[in-house]
Every structure is written in C-alpha cells, then in structure tokens.
Design a protein around this ligand. Sequence first.
Ligand code: SF4
Length: 352
Amino acid sequence: MSAITENLIRSNWAAVEVQALFDLPFNDLMFKAQTVHRQFFDPNTVQISQLLSIKTGACPEDCKYCPQSTRYDTGLKVEPLMEVDHVIEEARAAKQSGATRFCMGAAWRSPKKKDMPYVVAMVEGVKSLGLETCMTLGMLTEGQSQELAAAGLDYYNHNLDTSPEYYEDIITTRTYGDRLTTLENVRSAGMKVCSGGIVGMGEELKDRVGLLMQLANLPVHPESVPINMLVKVDGTPLDNVDDLEPFDFIRTIAVARILMPKSHVRLSAGREEMNEQMQAMTFLAGANSIFYGEKLLTTPNPSANKDMELFAKLGIKPEGYAQTHRPEDEAAMLVDKIQQQENDAVFYNAAS
Ligand code: SF4
C-alpha cells in the first residue's frame, strides 16, 4: 500500500468530520466514496456470504428490532441448536451456490459451556470444505474467543447496532461496553472482526454519525462492516417506526466506505425491500459484500438467483469465485448453476 492510501486508514475521526461527509451534496459524496473504493478494491467485485441460523429464537436479550427475542410475540418458530452434520450439509450446498464464506448465527446471550464442543465441531467441519467461517453467537469471553480461533474460525460477528447515545433505547440487557469487550476478545484471539449496525430504527442522523465513528475509531477497523436497514417485524417494539429515507441509507454506506476504506462494507438485512436500482447505488457507494440465500436469519432476503441476475446486469463478479474463468462469464455461469440447482431441488430453502 502506498503512503497516500495508507493515510486514508485512520482511527481518529471526529464527529464534525463524519457529519461533514454526511452533509456533502449526494453526488460529491458518491464520487468521494467511489474514489476511495477504487484505491482498495476492484469496483466490480462483490463478496458473497451465506448465513444460516443454527439456533433460532428464545433469546433472553431484549433487542427491540429482533423477532428472536423471547420477550416479543412474533410467531417465530423456535428451533434448538442444529445438528453438526446438518450444518455441514448446508455449508456444502452454499459452496456449490458460489458462497465463499459461511456464517452461522445462534440466538444466544452468549454460548454456554455445553454448547462450545458443538460450535467448535461446526467450525472445523465447515472449514474443512474450504469455506471461510464466520459465527455470531452473542457475547464471548476471552477463553471462548481463543477456543473458536483455535478451531479455525475466521470471522466473528458482533454488531454495535447504533450510537452509544441511542443504544439504551434499543437494548437494555447488555451494555455498549459489553459489546466492545467482546470485540476486543475476538481481536486479541486473532480472529477477524465483523461489526456494523442497523439504521432506520428511529435514530437521528447524529446516531448514524456516532455508530460509524465508533466502528472507524476501533484500534483496527473491522474487516467486515454490515450495514443493515431495519426490517420491521410485527410484534417487535420497532414494528411501527418511520421508514428511513433511502438516500440516507445510501449515504450511510458511502460514509462507511470512506471511513473504513479497506473493510468489506456489507449490504445486509433489508435488501429484500430495496429495488435493483437502489442496490446498484449502494454498490456505487462502496458496498462490496452481500448475504445471499432466501432468509437472513429470520427475515426475508432476495433469492440467490435474483442476486446473480442483478450481478449479470451490472457486470459484477462474485469475489473469489471461478477465478479461472473470464470475468464476463462468471456471473452468467453462476445464474446457470443456481437455476440448475433449483431444478434439481437441492437448493437450500430456509423458508421451508
Ligand atoms: S439480536 Fe441477537 S441478542 Fe438480540 S434478541 Fe436477537 S438474537 Fe438475541
């Protein structure tokens, strides 16, 4: 990396600087984000991860956006921890569909001692397929972080969710400090950090500034920064919150790209409600990672097939997939492959 690009990696952002980015005219912000993006990434490549819920619902935490909390009546079907073999089968199918990273999520406050041997076996099994591994299991102690790292876990996801100031309006059962401690434990154990937040939860612009500033001022930027648009689920306390203006979402992606130039900025929950044009604009703003599959934990996600059609329209190629082929052929090949899998009825359908 040259000295010029190195200077773009900072962990000392002030709120006024971040606010000034949000305040730029839209076209200027997009140009700046795209300029930064091109210094660190191929602008026509998007990383694909697939997410599987390995334990669903009955979570004791009170995150006001989440249908998996036991405190809200959302009609969600509770499912216990999935069998290890089943998880590995799902990972194999995800790999065949073009995913390079497999993320496993459990609705826990934190893993219990009795759970650890199972999640360790899942990491080892998924890793042995040649996939990158990621987990989100709630808070982790130092010891648990080390155990997962030793098993080969590449990434750990733990979101900050929102700004420190707005946080208590959203969650009361764990503190912002608890979240930062988990991120420290993950980092110290040598794993890569995946951490982002959710917008559209009724927060103000200053909270989006605060969230991104917290992430960008971590000693090392998270390698992966998921930016979620709230999916309003009936029965949760946020089911009636006002919609976020779509341009404010795109601005959030662009500012995240500028603040954390080397990180993958992931377009996560809420993509189902974005049309193709809006998704394309988020890629232009610097998003370069998506989750695909039909369900994103428990909320809908566009089908892999539709994603690949959009990639083909935009000339985007999936990162790390079929690198031996000509780039222009890759998206089309993936569309064919996925259609064939659907025909063979082997495509993972989390909705069933
Ligand atoms: S977001 Fe995670 S911790 Fe919070 S209620 Fe949902 S599953 Fe539990």
